[in-house]
Design a protein around this ligand. Structure first.
Ligand code: FAD
Length: 311
């Protein structure tokens, strides 16, 4: 048929067959992890802890705390992670980057984490500090995440996660070169990868195919970003190389001043994304919570996660 479908019946005859998604209760309970950023002031700290307390009963495998660009949140990340060890039942993971520090300084931070009972590090190269457009390795530092993973392996038996880029890291020479470097992080001793967020599920599923073909065998956990503020997600996506499909932009059109509807749309979009992934056999999800619990809680619930007491 060489013309656009005119009506529902024509669309049905010519469109793809998607089938029914299985009910969440027929699938294994998802493994969840939640990402937070360290708070800048007391008000944000209160918000973060109310978010942590709300999500804690969902029993995530781990919760991670980011490390500000250029290592700018070193103390705040450390404080948040150690409080997670001391005051909660959660397993924290500390993000650690190579930026702006010698190997000895980075090793020292890792040793402090180990001594404080932190066993999981998310090992990253890191983004350049504010104002710098390009990444420059510190002369005495770890140059890339791969080197950091090797360094951590020498320090202690950490559980190590690394970043992965379904749409290719924006600074990569090519998609294949990026996969090679990803594989080198696995060979250096990473236990799992967490992906940059993406909005088209096909992008992630195709990435898994490419990883398998490249001999990458570690778990690749999809990073899920519930879009609470479309304008800021669009800005951030341009920097981190995540594409924003036009269908997503259309969904948020006209909702600039209507946060309540925006959040309902955000939950619906993310729920659809995770359900399609779940139907494709994905049972691990890492949520970029942005320190707000409502969307993450709702989406985790749709996936079949229930608070420990209720379960
Ligand atoms: P790498 O794996 O080291 O790769 C970076 C680039 O260099 C890629 O293009 C790669 O192909 C290339 N490359 C790798 N090795 C070599 C080599 N030997 N020679 C030449 N090129 C090479 N940033 C923060 O600052 N703080 C955070 O807390 C933080 N958390 C994140 C969490 C997740 C899940 C993800 C996906 C990203 C996070 N980031 C964070 C962003 C991350 O720091 C940036 O994406 C950064 O630009 C790359 O980090 P990486 O560890 O993936 O780098």
């Amino acid at each position: 048929m060489d013309h656009a479908p005119k009506n529902t019946l024509e669309r049905w005859l010519t469109g793809p067959r998607i089938g029914t998604l299985p009910s969440p209760s027929s699938l294994p309970a998802p493994k969840l992890s939640f990402e937070f950023f360290p708070p800048k002031n007391e008000k944000l700290e209160a918000e973060l802890w109310s978010c942590i307390r709300r999500l804690e009963p969902l029993g995530p495998r781990f919760v991670s705390v980011t490390y500000g660009a250029g290592g700018s949140t070193r103390a705040r990340t450390h404080d948040t992670v150690t409080r997670l060890v001391q005051d909660t039942s959660l397993t924290p993971a500390a993000h650690l980057t190579c930026v702006g520090a010698t190997r000895e300084e980075v090793d020292e931070v890792a040793r402090e984490y180990w001594a404080a009972g932190v066993r999981h590090i998310v090992a990253l190269r890191g983004d350049p500090p504010a104002g710098a457009s390009q990444y420059t390795p510190h002369p005495g530092g770890y140059a890339q995440a791969e080197d950091l993973v090797r360094g951590l392996r020498r320090i202690a038996d950490f559980d190590i996660s690394v970043g992965a880029y379904p749409e290719t890291h924006p600074a990569a020479l090519s998609a294949d070169a990026d996969l090679d470097f990803f594989k080198r992080k696995m060979d250096a001793g990473a236990n799992r990868a967490i992906t940059q967020y993406f909005f088209d599920t096909d992008v992630y599923l195709r990435f898994l195919d490419r990883c398998l073909a490249a001999g990458i065998t570690l778990p690749i956990v999809p990073g899920i970003m519930p879009v609470s503020n479309f304008a800021s997600v669009k800005r951030f996506s341009a920097m981190c190389g995540a594409s924003v499909p036009s269908w997503l932009e259309k969904l948020f059109e006209g909702l600039e001043d209507d946060e309540a509807t925006r959040r309902m749309v955000a939950a619906t979009v993310a729920a659809e994304q995770v359900r399609i992934l779940q139907a494709n056999g994905v049972d691990e999800f890492h949520f970029y919570t942005l320190n707000r619990s409502d969307l993450t809680y709702a989406i985790a619930h749709i996936l079949g996660a229930r608070p420990a007491a209720a379960a």
